[in-house]
Design a protein around this ligand. Sequence first.
Ligand SMILES: Cc1cc2nc3c(=O)[nH]c(=O)nc-3n(C[C@H](O)[C@H](O)[C@H](O)COP(=O)(O)O)c2cc1C
Length: 210
Amino acid sequence: MKIALINGSPKVNNSASGVILEDLKYYISEKAEILDIDFHKSVVSEEQLKILNSAEAWVFAYPLYVDGIPSHLLSCLVQLEKARLQNHNIHIYGIVNCGFYEGIQAEFALKILQNWCIKAGFTWGGGIGIGGGGCLSMMPKTKYGQGPKAPIHKALELITDKIIRHETQENNYVSVAFPRFLYKMAAEMGWRQLIKYNGGKAKDLKKQWK
Ligand SMILES: Cc1cc2nc3c(=O)[nH]c(=O)nc-3n(C[C@H](O)[C@H](O)[C@H](O)COP(=O)(O)O)c2cc1C
């Protein structure tokens, strides 16, 4: 069985989506052949279409952008919808990560992919909404199923079973196992550093731009 893992983050390096797909590989790799696809830009190449056509399942991992999906990914979906794929029995799974702590924030971004599946004639297999995505690319490697990523690993293990069996699951929402107030403090510290690095002032973060 061939499974395409599609990174739908515009970031080429250090994306949370990339970290999630690497962790998913740990669960899938001995059960199926993995095909890596990057959708960092808004165009799907002929080569990528050929690879995708050979897979029985596609797993999209992407960030939540303004409660929806990144615009470049939307453009890729429109192209996939129009492509003449021979393999129509493709199951689609979605893994959305977001900056907010609560994974449920990703509900509508998963529904967008689900609705697209109906329109494009693919089978929706379900998804995962992951909260606390902002810290995933900075986390040291932990043992699978342990540490702050434990709830994410559990959700990835469960969805792997569904993907391999060509089954569907209800969307599952998880967060990093890290206290919410510490996550918020770390995020605010990061924003202060970032604005200074870019020549601004920390107090500008509260400014109302008109
Ligand atoms: C333009 C933009 C819009 C975003 N909108 C949201 C949002 O509506 N809700 C949220 O929780 N996080 C939002 N985020 C944060 C990202 O979802 C978060 O940083 C995520 O971990 C990025 O994933 P990636 O590294 O895989 O690209 C937004 C980030 C950007 C750059």
